[in-house]
Structures are given as structure tokens and as C-alpha cells.
Design a protein around this ligand. Structure first.
Ligand SMILES: Cc1cc2nc3c(=O)[nH]c(=O)nc-3n(C[C@H](O)[C@H](O)[C@H](O)COP(=O)(O)OP(=O)(O)OC[C@H]3O[C@@H](n4cnc5c(N)ncnc54)[C@H](O)[C@@H]3O)c2cc1C
Length: 386
């Protein structure tokens, strides 16, 4: 019997477990895979600011520090907006491991090879989970169950939360980690255009020593016509003909708004399972960790007060700090993804005419939004931009 059972030891689950344990809860984390953080299905890029907000950064996690950010339009116009900060390309094999270690140091227990396959019903909610552990059937009881089980999440569905993602918002991704690529170590590249990445983008993220994560994410609508891996293979053949392919992975990213119910009874969702990904960029590492931290803190508080209604603080805080912004990003993404290639080229040409100090990431967005005036007012309201 535990206070909290966390299903999934990704960044969101481990962070939630850590903060719940720091607040005095007994916490069990169950991870289906043999190794935490493996296989890596991720471009591994984060902004320094959002990562540093939630965790003390260990240099061992950082494969490359990104100082420049290059956007390439369909016709090949290159815009290099000022980031107003910098980014990291992580080593998630080390990073995910360490987040789990930090949770254990805070007092959580973790078991790998533990595949959760159902919730244990009781009269008013859920009494725990059923799982298969190294092939054996087990039941574990817990007062609160956290679904941190990623994009393929089932915990939410079992609890009756609607976690479906419209095919339009489900980015299908393919990624290769390439070696022997000739690339600056401090520049991330993003390619746009109907022939390269319809309703999405293609990324090149350096990891140092001639290694890079090169991937593509396209809307599920576009992948019906041609699979993401084919766009990626064509790009790699063109751009990096002499590269060695160290890994090839595929995966989905729910680029949608946050699920309606982050909490239902004694079940709480965090990370991709809760659609906490930034719908514009498709980045979900740090936003999932922020969700995990908020959830872990409110779980600890609710347990200390013996009042599960306090769990509702978590959705309120998420909505105030991030959820509303993600709704605006989602509407922006939906508008931008409809732009034809000519419009994307026009935007790049307009940005290149701006004075260098105005070529910020917001300068790019504002130029793009001139093509969708109805969104400008919404951005001003949400972000206070003039
Ligand atoms: C190709 C690709 C590229 C990406 N690139 C970036 C990027 O550059 N930057 C960025 O910020 N984000 C990126 N993302 C998104 C990012 O990977 C996710 O948003 C992030 O990993 C979400 O963390 P999480 O903890 O919610 O879920 P996950 O990291 O997916 O962890 C969920 C865990 O739950 C476990 N699990 C699932 N079901 C069960 C079960 N039944 N029982 C027990 N355990 C279970 C899984 O094994 C997994 O370990 C990318 C995604 C893809 C697919």
C-alpha cells in the first residue's frame, strides 16, 4: 500500500514522484521498460530557461549548447532569429536516468519491467493498479494513481478521462541519429515546406562530435498520403549522403490542447498522457516536468491534509501558468500549418527585411500573423505583446 503510484518513469512521472516524495508521500514508480529512458524517441532539444526553472542542470546531461536557431523556408531563405537565450540538446539516456535517481533520493521506490495493465476498482474510485512484473501477476494498492504513461497513455482512459487526440493534432515523427555529419555544434535548423514536412517541420539538432538528431514531425492528416520516414529519408539522402545511421525511431506527439480533466477522483494525469506538450513546437520534456512538479506538490498537500479535493489545485495552477498559453499556441499552429509554401517564403523575405534587432522569435511570429490578422489580438491578450 502506497500513498501514490506513478505509472511511467519519463521526465513527467519521475518529476511528479520526486515532488510527491519530497512532500512526505510514500511513492511507487512503475516503468514497463527494462531501462529508464530507453529507447530514446526524442530530438532532445530544450530551452535553457524552461529547464533551469525546474531542475538544477547537470553538465553530464548536455550534448550541445545551442546559441543559434535557423529557420529555412521552402525556397531556401534562411532566417536566424535572436533566441533571447540559448538551448540545449540533451543526452536523454543520462537525463531520464538522473530524474529517476532524484526521485529515489527524495524517497520514491522504482521498479522497471513492470507493465501496468489495469486499475483496481473500488466503490468510490480506484484502489490501485494491476501489473505484470517480470512475467508475474501483481496488484499494488495506492491512494492516488498518476498516469505518466506518455503518448500511448491508457491510465487516463481506464479512469474515464477523454484522452483522444484528433488525427490532425497527432504529429507523426520519424528520427535518425546520424554520425559523420558536417555541422556546427551550436546551431539548430528547422526546415519548412510541403515537400519537406507538410503541416510540421524537419529538425537538425547537433549533439557534438559529428553526431546529430535529424527528424521530421508531420500532422497525422499529411502522413496518410506519405509516411514521415519517407520525407526524412529523402532529406537525409540529399543533405547528409555520407552519414552513418546510429538509430532510427518513430513516435507520436500529441500537439493538442491539454486534456479537459487532469484529475478525476484519485487519478491524476501528467506529461504527454495529459497532452501537456507545447502544441506549436511539439516540445514536451520541460512542460511535462512542470506539470509533474505541480501535480506532485498538490498530491503531497492533499495527502497531508487528508483531503483529495485539494488535488484540484493542480489543474487550476496549470491553466493559469501554461494551459491558456498552450490554447493560443494551438490556434497559432493550426493557422500557420495551413499557410502554403509561397506564404512561408513571403514571411521569410519580410523578416529578412527587418532591422537585425527586430529579428527575434516574436518578430518572426508577428510577421507570420500578419497573414492571419484574427490571431494578433489573441496574442496581444495572452502574452501582452504590443
Ligand atoms: C521523434 C520525437 C522527437 C521529439 N523531440 C522533442 C524535443 O526535441 N524536445 C522536447 O521537449 N520534446 C520532444 N519530443 C516529445 C517528448 O519526447 C515528450 O513530450 C516527453 O518524453 C514526454 O515525457 P513524459 O514523461 O510525459 O512521457 P515519456 O517520456 O513518453 O515517458 C512515459 C513512460 O511511461 C512508460 N509506460 C507507458 N505505458 C506504461 C505502462 N502501461 N506501464 C508502465 N510504464 C508505462 C513508458 O515506457 C515511458 O518510459 C519528441 C517526441 C518524439 C516522438
Amino acid at each position: 500500500m502506497y500513498d501514490v503510484i506513478v505509472v511511467g518513469a519519463g521526465p513527467a512521472g519521475s518529476t511528479c514522484a520526486r515532488y510527491a516524495a519530497m512532500g512526505g508521500a510514500s511513492v511507487l514508480v512503475l516503468e514497463k521498460d527494462r531501462d529508464v529512458g530507453m529507447p530514446v524517441r526524442c530530438g532532445e532539444a530544450v530551452s535553457n530557461r524552461s529547464l533551469e526553472k525546474i531542475v538544477d542542470v547537470d553538465p553530464r546531461w548536455i550534448a550541445a549548447t545551442i546559441k543559434r536557431f535557423r529557420l529555412i523556408s521552402p525556397a531556401g531563405h534562411v532566417v536566424e532569429p535572436d533566441l533571447g537565450g540559448y538551448g540545449y540538446v540533451l543526452e536523454r539516456r543520462i537525463f531520464d536516468y538522473d530524474l529517476a535517481r532524484l526521485a529515489v533520493e527524495a524517497g520514491a521506490e522504482i521498479h522497471t519491467k513492470s507493465y501496468v495493465d489495469g486499475l483496481l476498482p473500488e466503490e468510490h474510485g480506484w484502489a490501485g493498479v494491476t501489473l505484470s512484473w517480470k512475467g508475474e501477476r501483481r496488484e499494488v494498492r495506492g491512494r492516488i494513481i498518476v498516469g505518466a504513461d506518455g503518448v500511448e497513455s491508457r491510465v487516463g482512459r481506464w479512469a474515464g478521462i477523454d484522452t483522444t487526440t484528433h488525427i490532425r493534432d497527432m504529429e507523426t515523427c520519424a528520427q535518425m541519429t546520424l554520425s559523420n555529419v558536417d555541422l556546427a555544434d551550436d546551431v539548430c535548423e528547422f526546415y519548412f515546406g510541403n515537400d519537406t514536412a507538410p503541416m510540421g517541420y524537419l529538425w537538425v539538432f547537433p549533439k557534438g562530435n559529428g553526431v546529430a538528431n535529424v527528424g521530421v514531425g508531420i500532422s497525422g492528416m499529411a502522413s496518410k498520403k506519405k509516411a514521415a520516414i519517407r520525407y526524412l529519408q529523402e532529406f537525409v539522402d540529399r543533405r547528409f549522403p555520407g552519414a552513418g545511421v546510429l538509430t532510427t525511431v518513430a513516435g507520436g506527439v500529441p500537439c493538442a490542447v491539454t486534456v479537459d480533466s487532469l484529475v478525476k477522483g484519485n487519478v491524476v494525469l501528467v506529461g504527454d498522457a495529459a497532452h501537456q506538450v507545447n502544441p506549436m513546437s511539439g516540445g514536451g520534456i520541460t512542460s511535462g516536468m512542470i506539470g509533474g512538479k505541480m501535480a506532485g506538490e498538490s498530491i503531497a498537500k492533499a495527502l497531508r491534509a487528508n483531503d483529495l479535493s485539494l488535488l484540484e489545485e493542480y489543474p487550476r495552477q496549470w491553466e493559469k501558468e501554461i494551459g491558456a498559453k498552450h490554447r493560443t499556441y494551438h490556434r497559432m499552429k493550426s493557422a500557420v500549418y495551413k499557410f502554403p509554401d509561397e506564404t512561408l517564403d513571403d514571411i521569410a523575405v519580410s523578416v529578412l527585411k527587418l532591422k537585425p534587432e527586430k529579428r527575434t522569435i516574436w518578430g518572426v511570429f508577428k510577421t507570420a500573423l500578419r497573414h492571419q490578422p484574427s490571431l494578433v489580438w489573441e496574442m496581444v491578450k495572452t502574452f501582452g505583446l504590443g
